[in-house]
Design a binder for this molecule. Structure first.
Ligand SMILES: *Cc1c(COP(=O)(O)O)cnc(C)c1O
Length: 455
């Protein structure tokens, strides 16, 4: 066995050990940053070390500082886990180490990206000829789609951003619901567009189509982007796409949908109604590392007009080059990058159509069980309509909610985030892991009951 194989076998052993520990280990990390730094050692060695020993040191030193993110009782943020085929394929991605810039350079990557992209469009109910770019996450997917939208609406107004930049060009409005995800603001900042104009949303975070129509009319004609949302991080709510997109079309706006975790509702016959009308937009951002449960990192930037996407991200920036198949790098900001489509393909091939639907439905079923369980706890109130995977609850007042959250984290059975929603401190449960079981939900609800009993 050579040094490389010894290192890989060492890593395999540590990986399996970690994965096996997930069902019972404490969810929050046991060690602090300082403790891990001490265990690793701060001195850069003067010379080389045996690769297997390096892997061993890294795994052993880090183990107490790892959080059980990929386990079944992590409900903080919306993060997903690691579906087995996707995790194994991701190891191959590193071993294969393909450069994914050009179709001609890695036919295997280009083929897999093409097949996975087509499957994704089918599952998500989106137009089959859209471009699917594989980004680091939904933040960069939002950026990528909004770049295509920015350039397209300015082009329609006679302005070429790729050549002339933004300065001196026509004003561009970006209109979003007040409860959009903050990554939209970040993407707009990268794009030189500043903060969006905000439109009123209802109590669940859904944009109000009439308010959108008024806002668009009040601004008068001109290049406009409207940003909608599939899946509010607090309530899980979906914007009323059909009506909102109709209003946006009246203003000739580019419509982008941030569906980081919610777009996957479309893959389930039971939940697809939530995304009704969504396919009428121009671009969609979602994550594979959330609801689909591939390991970090993978977002998906989907643009209906392939040439608009390529004009913004392609190396040539020429709107009129229309090959049937572009290069993978035409659809994303990066040139060199990881072969993310291999991992997505493996997840989809492993789950199949019914497996993806089951996954979505299981997450929603667990969220409903959480809502029912919490509603039965003395002094607790579920604040949102639980339509998807998100539950927001409070425990009487902000101070008590805070104490329950702290006691729960201390207990270690599960991890649930605190947040502020409509001015109140809330416990926010996000169910996003494929491996969460009914027993995980029961154990977590017991822990929430214990935490609220002492608070
Ligand atoms: C998570 C999330 C994002 C950001 O996604 P990353 O993958 O973390 O970049 C954007 N929008 C929504 C609605 C999200 O839930």
């Amino acid at each position: 066995m050579d040094a490389r194989e010894r290192a890989l076998r060492q890593a395999y052993g540590h990986a399996v050990h970690w994965l096996e520990s997930l069902s019972d280990r404490r969810v929050p990390a046991r060690a602090s940053v300082e403790e891990i730094v001490r265990a690793l050692g701060v001195e850069l060695p003067d010379g080389p070390s045996e690769p297997a020993d390096v892997v061993d040191l890294l795994a052993t030193a880090c183990e107490p500082g790892l959080t059980a993110f990929p386990g079944g009782r992590f409900y903080g943020f919306v993060i997903g886990g690691t579906e087995p085929a996707a995790l194994a394929a991701d190891w191959l991605v590193s071993a294969w180490d393909q450069n994914c810039v050009l179709r001609a350079a890695s036919p295997a990557y280009a083929a897999v990206e093409e097949v996975a992209g087509a499957w994704l469009l089918d599952l998500l109910g989106l137009p089959g000829d859209s471009a699917v770019g594989f980004t680091t996450g939904a933040t960069m997917a939002n950026f990528t789609c909004l770049a295509a939208g920015r350039d397209a609406v300015l082009r329609r107004a006679g302005w070429n951003v790729a050549r002339d930049g933004l300065a001196g060009g026509p004003p561009l409005r970006v209109v979003a619901g007040q409860d959009r995800h903050m990554s939209i603001d970040l993407a707009l900042r990268y794009l030189g567009l500043g903060e969006p104009e905000l439109v009123k949303a209802d109590g669940q975070g859904r944009i109000e189509p009439e308010a959108l129509r008024h806002a668009l009319a009040a601004g008068g004609p001109g290049p406009t982007i409207v940003v909608l949302q599939a899946g509010d991080i607090h309530s899980g709510a979906f914007d009323p796409f059909a009506e909102a997109i109709r209003a946006a079309r009246e203003a000739d706006a580019w419509v982008h949908v941030d569906g980081a975790f919610g777009l996957w509702a479309a893959a389930s016959p039971a939940y697809a109604h939530l995304t009704a009308g969504c396919a009428g937009a121009d671009s969609w951002a979602t994550d594979a590392h959330k609801t689909l449960n591939v390991p970090y990192d993978c977002g998906l930037a989907i643009v209906r007009d392939r040439s608009a996407g390529r004009a913004a991200m392609g190396l040539h920036g020429d709107y009129l080059i229309l090959h049937e198949h572009g290069d993978p790098s035409d659809k994303v900001p990066e040139l060199s990058r990881r072969g993310r489509a291999f991992t997505v393909w493996a997840a989809l091939r492993s789950l199949g159509r019914s497996g993806v639907a089951d996954l979505v439905e299981r997450l929603c079923r667990h969220a409903s069980a959480f809502a029912a369980g919490i509603a039965g706890i003395d002094g607790a109130t579920v604040l949102n309509d639980v339509v998807f995977t998100q539950v927001c609850a409070e425990f009487g007042d902000d101070a008590r909610t805070e104490r329950v959250l702290a006691a729960l984290l201390d207990d270690g059975t599960a991890w649930i985030s605190g947040s502020t929603w409509h001015g109140r401190r809330v416990m926010r449960i996000s169910v996003s892991n494929w491996s969460t079981t009914d027993e995980d939900v029961t154990r977590t609800l017991d822990a929430v009951r214990r935490a609220s009993g002492g608070a």
